[in-house]
Each structure stands twice: as structure tokens, then as C-alpha cells.
Design a binder for this molecule. Structure first.
Ligand code: F0G
Length: 436
């Protein structure tokens, strides 16, 4: 289907735009140091043809069509042979309406695109199936990443499924136990480094070059290509009616880059007829992108990022130039939220019967702020991405509900929507009395 399409790697910097073969191992432009993206040229099916094709494939059990990523393969046609694909039937995540969360967020209605339903419990699987498949195509033997936990869990699973050796670098003491456990269970060689995410990313870049390892962090352009399908699947679930706003948490900003690219390309291909606005939400203790967006000037990294939402505890996000371009292109915005706001929003998402990990809840906290400020209208059509599963970080949940959650600065957080368990004796009379 995609044989006549030409896929290339291109430098993202508008002043450079150097082009490279799609099979080159590149994370940055060798000429100017800019980020790299995949681009496609040549004849493509029309929007109407594609919409019909994608819908038809939902009835098919073939692995490529059953995957909520590869079902949309014409929208990221970088592979020349789909035999390279490693799939765990990722994607296929629900779009959930939540009146309870809408009310909390100051909206008439709100839908969550819940990426926590993925095979390893986060949105990273959408990108990892693409990155791991490219690794196989290139004949790589070892893959590596630095991670705040979800990328590593995902990479470990896909590497195992693909028969690749996985090497994982984690910031010691700052990843949830559930995520660390996943890396071990999927058999990855796991190194806990005494440094933060940003420092370890610099370290891993040096090691990757030295040891000839394929890097699967989000500056890998193929991860971004796979993550675009989060947006495509969401639009498909809405019969290609674009929402007014898409809200997502921002850490390393790979997902923001992917969402923006997906929306622009969906418009160009005639799949949708308007460009939704993107709102990126950061944790206040790790909000360099918010700082730059609001105050302008040079990008300044935060040297000691802090948040209990460890997934987004990142001070020097590599993909900020792409993310900035995307947020500006769609007239979007960037907001930041406090630890208390994240914790309470998370509990509300739980109360709605949905649940998510802390970083994901930044979305609802951000929506609440943005509606209060009049940036998002009460009657706007809003989709928020929940990036990770509720079980990723049970320690955080237990502490919140028992009033033991402390912000990184030591301040105790309010257990606003707390729900403590009750210890009872094995005595029907006393239990009945208690429950009356
Ligand atoms: N939400 C969750 C649950 C995440 O794990 C991440 C990133 C983000 C949001 C932010 O996405 O980096 O694309 O802006 N986690 C990465 C990791 C950094 O290593 O798992 P982003």
C-alpha cells in the first residue's frame, strides 16, 4: 500500500531541514544538532479512503489490523516490510466520557482517552511498537533507554517480545515500584543510576554512541511516529470529528510533539477539517516549558525538578523545540499545576471509576485551572489524555487516602477526597452496627 510513498528523516530546524535516509540511526541532526523527524512524500490515499479502510480493519483479526497502532499504518509509512513489526496489540484504548470529571474540571462534558489500557499500562506502548520494529528492521541487537519508569516498562516488554536485549537506566529512588517491577519482570538489564533523568539522558547518549546501542527514548523519531496513533485512534472513535481542545501532561514533551504532528498531518490528509488546540500541563516543580511559553526568552532548564508525579519529573525536556512549534501552530497553551491540585484531580478521576497515575491527573487539574481562567470555555468539546494506569503507583494512592502524602518540599498534602479503610473485628454484630 505504501510502496510508492517515500519516507525520509529530516532535521526539524527550519533553517536546516537536512535530509537523511530513513534507515540512518539518528537522534539529532549531524549538521546542526536539531531534532530529527520522519516525513513522507508521494501519493497517499484520500481522507475518505483512509477513514473507510481504518474502520474496515476493526473487523479483522490479523495482528497488524488488531493493533490500534498498525491499523493506521498508512499515516506513518516508514517501514518497507511489515514482517519487522513487533506488536502486543497495543492501542485499542477506550475513549471514556466522564460527567463527574467534567463537573470537577468546570466543563459540560469531558472525555478521557485512556492510554493506561495499553499492554504495559501506559501510552508509551504506542510509540514503542514503532521504535522496536525499526530496531528490528535495522538489525539492532541491543536497545536502551533512560526513563522515569513507563518508557522502560514498555521498552522491556517490546524488546523481550522482539528478541532484543534491553538495557534500562533509571533515576535511583525516583521511580514508582510498579514500573521498576515491570522492567525486572520483562527481563531487562536494569541499572539504577544515582542521578536525575536529565543527567542520565546525557550519560546514555554517550554510552549509546560508544557501545553501538539503539536508543529508544522519545527523541527517537520512530517513537513519535507510533505515538501519533493515540490521536488518530481518538479521532476515529469520534468519527473524525475533531474536538476543540486536547489536553495532555508534559514531561520530556515527546507526546506533545507526536500529538501536534498527528493533528497537522490529519488536517493535511483531509481526515479532519479543523485543528484542535493543544493544552500541555506540567507539574509546577518541573515546568520549564510553561516558564518559557508564558514568559518567553531562551529555554531555561530546571536543574532540580521535583514532583510526586515522578513520570514527569523532568527539568530539561529534549523535545521542547518540537513541542513549542506544535503548541504555537494550533494556538494552544501551557499551564502548570501544584502537587495538591494533581493529587485531588487524581482522586476525582478515581471517583469517576476511571483512575490513572499521578502524571496523568495533571490534565484534569489543568483543565480546572484553564476553565476557571476562561481559556477553555465551559461548553468546549475537550478530550484529555490519561497517560498511565492507576496501578502504576499504588504507594501514592495509599498515602493520599490515609493522609500521609508529602510534597517533595516536605509539606503534607490535604487528603481532600480521602477514603480510609476501616479495621474491624471478625464479629457480625459489630460490623452490622458500624454499617447501619
Ligand atoms: N505521563 C506519563 C504517565 C509518563 O510516563 C510521561 C513520560 C508523561 C506523561 C510525559 O510525556 O515525556 O512525552 O512529555 N514518561 C517518560 C518515561 C519520560 O520515561 O516514561 P512526555
Amino acid at each position: 500500500m505504501s510502496s510508492s510513498v517515500r519516507a525520509e528523516l529530516v532535521c526539524f530546524e527550519s533553517s536546516c531541514r537536512a535530509r537523511f535516509p530513513i534507515t540512518e540511526v539518528l537522534y539529532n541532526c549531524p549538521q546542526c544538532g536539531g531534532l530529527i523527524e520522519a516525513t513522507y512524500s508521494g501519493p497517499r490515499p484520500s481522507g475518505a479512503e483512509l477513514r473507510g479502510l481504518f474502520r474496515q480493519r476493526r473487523l479483522n483479526n490479523a495482528p497488524l489490523d488488531a493493533s490500534g497502532v498498525w491499523r493506521y499504518r498508512e499515516l506513518f509509512p516508514f517501514l518497507d516490510d511489515y514482517a519487522h513489526v513487533v506488536t502486543l496489540r497495543e492501542g485499542c484504548t477506550p475513549l471514556l466520557d466522564s460527567p463527574i470529571a467534567a463537573q470537577y474540571g468546570g466543563l459540560d462534558r469531558l472525555a478521557f482517552k485512556h492510554q493506561g489500557f495499553n499492554p504495559t499500562g501506559s501510552f508509551k506502548d504506542n510509540g514503542m511498537t514503532a521504535g522496536a520494529s525499526q530496531a528490528r528492521r535495522l538489525g539492532m541487537k541491543r536497545v536502551a533507554c533512560v526513563s522515569t519508569g513507563n518508557t522502560s516498562a514498555s521498552m522491556a516488554a517490546y524488546a523481550a517480545a522482539a528478541g532484543l536485549e534491553a538495557l534500562i537506566f533509571l533515576p535511583r529512588g525516583n521511580i514508582s515500584f510498579g514500573k521498576l517491577a515491570q522492567a525486572l519482570e520483562y527481563g531487562a538489564r536494569t541499572l539504577e543510576v544515582e542521578a536525575n533523568f536529565d543527567q542520565i539522558l546525557a550519560l546514555v547518549r554517550v554510552l549509546a554512541a560508544r557501545l553501538g546501542i539503539y536508543l529508544l527514548n522519545s527523541m527517537n523519531p520512530f517513537r513519535v511516529e507510533g505515538q501519533k496513533t493515540i490521536v488518530f485512534e481518538m479521532l476515529d472513535q469520534r468519527d473524525w470529528q475533531a474536538p476543540d481542545w486536547i489536553v495532555l501532561p508534559g514531561g520530556n514533551l515527546g507526546n506533545t510533539s507526536a500529538f501536534g504532528k498527528a493533528l497537522r498531518e490529519a488536517c493535511e490528509l483531509g481526515l479532519i477539517d479543523k485543528l484542535p488546540r493543544i493544552a500541555v500541563i506540567q507539574a509546577a516543580g518541573a515546568a520549564p516549558f510553561h516558564e518559557m511559553f508564558v514568559h518567553g526568552g531562551e529555554f531555561k532548564a530546571v536543574t532540580n525538578p521535583e514532583t510526586l508525579a515522578t513520570a514527569i519529573r523532568i527539568g530539561d525536556p529534549v523535545s521542547w523545540p518540537k513541542a513549542l512549534h506544535e503548541v504555537r501552530s494550533c494556538n494552544g497553551t501551557v499551564e502548570k499545576v501544584t502537587e495538591q491540585e494533581i493529587a485531588d484531580a487524581k482522586a476525582m478521576i478515581g471517583r469517576a471509576g476511571i483512575g490513572c497515575e499521578p502524571a496523568s491527573a495533571a490534565t484534569l487539574a489543568g483543565i480546572r485551572k484553564l476553565t476557571a481562567a476562561g481559556v477553555i470555555a465551559r461548553n468546549a468539546d475537550v478530550v484529555a489524555a490519561l497517560t498511565g494506569n492507576v496501578l502504576k503507583d499504588p504507594d501514592y494512592i495509599y498515602k493520599y487516602h490515609t493522609g500521609k502524602l508529602e510534597a517533595p518540599d516536605g509539606v503534607k498534602l490535604q487528603s481532600t477526597f480521602g477514603n480510609k479503610s476501616i479495621v474491624v473485628p471478625n464479629d457480625p454484630d459489630r460490623i452490622a452496627a458500624l454499617l447501619q
